[in-house]
Design a protein around this ligand. Structure first.
Ligand code: NAP
Length: 260
């Protein structure tokens, strides 16, 4: 395997995110932490949320310093989740008096045959994967409009494009997030706010390890022209690509390894 690209890209204009402030919901996930690391490595301040895995955000803070990383606990399944999100965004904004980048990476997976999918599973997936990300966006867009600029990057999934059996709730929530991306980009383009989506295939993360053993992964890889699963760093490099490109909005970067 060509390992040249299996690391975070640092563009030639190093620190191109110097003094920019990014808010990443789901910073504690493997993908969220990789995106956080990519932004920090390029000079940004990173604020983010965790739910149960404080250790993941502490690791980032230990590495880059408490002056560069802020972490907030957040449970979007709470009845008062909109207020909880508003408080997180208020605190993140109060830190440097701006938010330049919002990465909506909150998302959980539920695997179930359609007939066994419960209302509770559906509501949980839709709340975390779609509604919470929309509320985060509303709160942050208020600040971006006042600043006159901003970037929103949503983390979707290839299942949001092509659907996937046993993943009905998950794939439909990601599909909604993609159409949300296109719609918001059209509305906010004239305000100098870019909105894009990244739709990866299966990414090597702890969440995936819970559902796929080595044999199942090999079967998946057999159908991928690049002969490997996506890595968190592939997703974070795509985030950097979006942030570097001032003319990219209403786009969806599909990381499928060669075949949808
Ligand atoms: N892994 C893949 O194959 C893959 C493929 C395509 C897209 N994605 C997307 O990439 C993103 C990250 O994926 P991942 O695999 O790294 O995810 P993950 O490990 O399952 O992460 C889930 C994230 O959601 C947070 N969370 C869970 N319940 C929450 C709640 N009630 N309130 C607030 N936050 C809550 C978790 O916080 P704690 O960890 O602190 O509990 C964690 O940060 C998701 O949007 C996912 O759909 C993943």
């Amino acid at each position: 395997m060509n390992r040249r690209y299996l690391r975070i890209v640092t563009p030639s204009n190093e620190d191109f995110l110097q003094d920019k402030v990014a808010l990443i919901n789901g910073l504690s996930s493997d993908i969220g932490a990789s995106i956080g690391e990519a932004l920090l490595a390029n000079g940004a301040y990173v604020a983010g949320t965790y739910f149960s895995n404080r250790a993941a955000v502490d690791a980032l803070r230990d590495r880059y310093g408490a002056d560069r990383v802020q972490a907030f606990p957040c449970n979007v399944m709470d009845e008062c989740y909109e207020t909880a999100i508003q408080q997180v965004v208020d605190q993140a904004y109060a830190w440097k008096r701006r938010i330049d980048v919002l990465v909506n990476s909150l998302g959980i997976i539920t695997i179930s045959p359609f007939l066994y999918e419960t209302r509770e599973q559906r509501q949980r997936v839709w709340r975390i994967n779609y509604e919470a990300n929309v509320v985060f966006s509303q709160q942050v867009v208020r600040r971006m409009l006042a600043q006159g600029s901003g970037d929103i990057v949503n983390i979707g999934s290839v299942t949001g494009l092509r659907g996937a059996g046993h993943l009905i709730a998950y794939s439909t929530s990601k599909s909604a997030l993609l159409v949300f991306t296109y719609s918001l980009a059209e509305e906010l383009g004239p305000k100098n706010i870019k909105v894009n989506c990244i739709s990866p295939g299966v990414v090597e993360t702890k969440a995936i390890d819970e559902h796929y053993d080595a044999v199942a992964k090999e079967l998946l890889i057999k159908n991928i022209p690049l002969s490997r699963l996506c890595l968190p760093v592939d997703v974070s490099n795509a985030v950097l690509g979006i942030l570097m490109n001032g003319y990219m909005t209403a786009n969806n970067i599909v990381l499928h390894g060669g075949k949808l």
